[in-house]
Design a protein around this ligand. Structure first.
Ligand code: C2O
Length: 543
């Protein structure tokens, strides 16, 4: 300002220029999110605000902590008796903290809820901050786990304590079972137990990563194992070869809700939440909503299983970066790297953590114990042949005639009980990773769930077909947020289709035949503006 004054500008033209600049900034700038003052910037109808007045020191900038040895996060189903006792003690201590302490389990729940799109308002901004449904999903939750773990270490007076991970991604038929609820979390009376979980999420039920509304299923354990491996292969390996596909769409300061999740966020991450939630939770008390705790953003982090769920999400992020093929790195846009989120440290002081300081777990001082990931090879174990037959085997001729008889996508088409099928042309010259994009998704009732699945070259699907078919090309999940007022009306769904077509033996086609089928209840009259092939060159160019 001093500089402007010295150019001889009048205060009025300065004001005008400032207003104009602010308008330009709001309209065009892709700005990082500045660290929020959590206790004062909150306005939540879900009672998600952190305790006030703030009693800690002024917020400080995070710096990596010096350490001598890495802490190793271990699989929750393989913990020793001693490790289980220590973990239970940690949550007993955390639950015992008073409501005025931001480190209590209730306040950790609120901290997650606070960052969930209807509570954190920056001065002068119209819309609340959102860390889901976009590219901050992975780093924000990594930071949350990091600070949560440091708090537990402090409560235990033991910095060797680590959070375990719940290996729900692993479908091996072994004992103890990796993909059922880990035993310590399932024991009634334990500090790790939570009442607000659905009955069919307790052992011996296996995690159904392809569920829409959770609850019980008639699928056999063998079916679930195959389905889980294959859907993760689609969502995390062949369908997500770029940062944009894996992390989700950009979210800039001031945006109107998250515009679109990465493949990982919707499924399997989101389906684990849906699978655990208890539909009739309101019978437990007035503070509950249907599908609490894990099935709602607002209360999810009150269930201690939230944490081994999210350390596994964190682990899969690490593993994904080493899968061959594609550009498996993080977004590099300055608005991503320079965003700062505020957390409470182990002493209940506010700390500002930069996204660029959450991208390398080595610098954060932890590693994951290695554990097999059969989904990386489509569930095929070494030494066995990888031949998964298509559910709808089509000859080259039948494929061509299917393409020519399929109409083009129209924005007036309504997806209701019957699947809709349309064709999408593949541009002649490819300029990056080939992505199927469905945009302008309209969900008429945003307070209810909406789910659909996409298949390629398989028009005769039903809502029962499922992700075990190689034609499965991704899932869209809309999980409503209780009390949420602001929604982005223009959601986008994307999936990489190049490797999928190759895998299906259909790399030669000029158009793809896409079928969308709604899988959740209640059914909604869904529409979308367009479906097309686009090219992804992230991280160099943001999509
Ligand atoms: Cu913030 Cu698994 O959700």
């Amino acid at each position: 300002m001093g500089q402007l004054r010295s150019t001889g500008m009048s205060p009025y033209s300065f004001l005008g220029l400032a207003l104009f600049m602010a308008l330009v900034a709001v309209t065009y700038a892709h700005l990082p999110i500045p660290a929020a003052d959590l206790p004062t910037q909150c306005n939540s109808i879900e009672r998600c605000c952190m305790p006030t007045p703030y009693k800690g020191k002024p917020a400080y900038n995070f710096e990596y902590k010096k350490f001598k040895k890495f802490n190793v996060r271990r699989p929750a189903h393989l913990l020793t008796k001693k490790e289980i006792t220590r973990l239970e003690k940690a949550y007993t201590l955390m639950r015992a903290l008073p409501d005025s302490d931001p480190r209590s389990l209730l306040n950790q729940m609120k901290l997650h809820c606070l960052y969930c799109d209807n509570a954190l308002y920056y001065p002068g901004q119209q819309y609340p901050l959102e860390v889901h449904n976009g590219w901050f999903f992975l780093p924000w939750h990594r930071m949350f786990m990091y600070w949560h773990e440091r708090i537990l270490q402090k409560l235990l007076k033991d910095d060797t304590f680590t959070l375990p991970f719940w290996a729900w991604d692993n479908s091996m038929d072994v004992k103890p079972v990796p993909n059922e609820m880990p035993a310590p979390y399932a024991r009634k009376g334990s500090s790790l137990y939570d009442e607000a979980r659905n009955n069919c999420s307790f052992p011996p039920f296996l995690v159904d990563l392809d569920t829409a509304g959770g609850g019980c299923t008639t699928k056999t354990p063998d079916f679930i194992r195959i389905q889980n491996d294959r859907l993760q292969y689609t969502q995390l390996v062949v369908g997500a070869t770029t940062p944009s596909l894996f992390f989700g769409l950009p979210y800039y300061f001031g945006d109107y809700g998250g515009k679109g999740s990465g493949t990982f966020e919707d499924q399997p991450h989101g389906t684990v939440h849906a699978w655990l939630g208890r539909q009739d939770a309101p019978i437990l008390g007035p503070q509950y909503h249907p599908y609490d705790d894990m099935g709602n953003f607002g209360r999810a982090a009150f269930d201690p299983i939230f944490y081994p769920h999210h350390t596994n999400v964190d682990r899969i992020w690490c593993l994904w970066t080493h899968i061959p093929g594609g550009k498996r790195t993080h977004p590099t846009h300055p608005a991503f790297l320079n965003t700062q989120f505020t957390f409470y440290d182990e002493n209940a002081n506010l700390v500002k953590h930069n996204v660029s300081q959450a991208l390398d777990t080595d610098l954060l001082g932890y590693k994951f114990e290695s554990y097999p990931t059969p989904w990386m090879t489509n569930g095929v174990q070494a030494g066995r042949e990888n031949s998964i037959p298509l559910c709808n085997p089509l000859s080259k001729k039948a494929t061509e005639s299917l393409i020519s008889s399929t109409p083009k996508q129209r924005s007036t088409q309504v997806l209701l009980a019957d699947p809709i099928t349309f064709k999408v042309a593949r541009p002649k010259k490819s300029k990056g990773t080939e992505v199927l994009e469905i945009s302008g998704i309209h969900i008429p009732n945003k307070t209810a769930q909406a789910h659909w699945k996409v298949y390629l070259f398989y028009p005769n699907v039903s809502f029962l077909t499922g992700a075990a078919c190689p034609e499965f090309a991704g899932t869209f999940n809309w999980i409503p947020h209780v009390g949420q007022v602001a929604y982005n009306p223009d959601r986008v769904w994307r999936m990489g289709v190049g490797p999928k077509l190759l895998q299906m033996g259909k790399d030669y086609v000029k158009s793809i035949v896409v079928t969308v089928v709604q899988t959740g209840f209640p059914l909604q009259a869904l529409t979308f503006d367009s479906a097309k092939i686009i090219y992804d060159n992230s991280p160099e160019v943001e999509l």
